[in-house]
Design a protein around this ligand. Sequence first.
Ligand code: 15L
Length: 267
Amino acid sequence: MTIPSHPTLLMTGAAGGLGQAMRQRLKANCQVLRLSDIGAMAPAQAGEEVVQADLADADAVKALVAGCQAIVHFGGVSTEQPWGPILQANIIGAYNLYEAARLHGVKRVVFASSNHVMGFYRQSEVVDALSPPRPDGLYGLSKAFGEDLSRLYFDRYGIETACVRIGSSFPEPRDRRMLASWMSYDDLHRLITACLTTPVLGHSIIYGTSDNSVSWYDNHLARHIGYRPQDSADVFREAIYARTPEPDLNDPAVQFQGGGFVKIGPL
Ligand code: 15L
């Protein structure tokens, strides 16, 4: 059962894949779920407010955050892209969001970070919250910026943030890599709920995956969040092995945790 924790909860990135998957689920966490995106969203239902806003527009973000007690921040670019859109949405956008949170007294944020902050670790390594970031591209770098930004706003202003380094959250794992990185939508909702309800969150880094037997992530430094995954990619393992070729161990996409992201773009 989900414990409602905040009267008004803002979720950015509502038109994206995870935003759409969490929209219904997060209604149980609050009385009013305020939904925002730069793109069009489905009209507001009971218990929802829908506000179209560009994260790069500081005034629009200030208005968006007014009256909220907590934020689930999925907004911004969620794949490797050129510097221009990443700068606007993920760097300037994250700054605008934290400034608005400070101005309006919001004290808790769940920040959708990414496994791509750590993408240049090898698939034979295990990382924890203290492992130095090794982003695999501009997207991963922008998420590392968001994590550092949130730490500054915690140290200076006491705004608590969970930086959730989400692995691969889709209906099912799509390939062999995702047998390690997959997170079910229900587990993602469990993790967000844990971040919103744990008594003391502080500034925390947690890896967002289900209970997968193969894992590159060690969450022992995030036990205070109280996240217990209940799903596992293991149930898909046989089918995925049957339909995917033997991995080429010389391929960087197979060697590194970031998978294909380590090869994308003009870097
Ligand atoms: C991410 O951060 C992306 O947002 C998502 O689209 C997936 O590609 C995921 O990482 C992944 O690494 O599988």
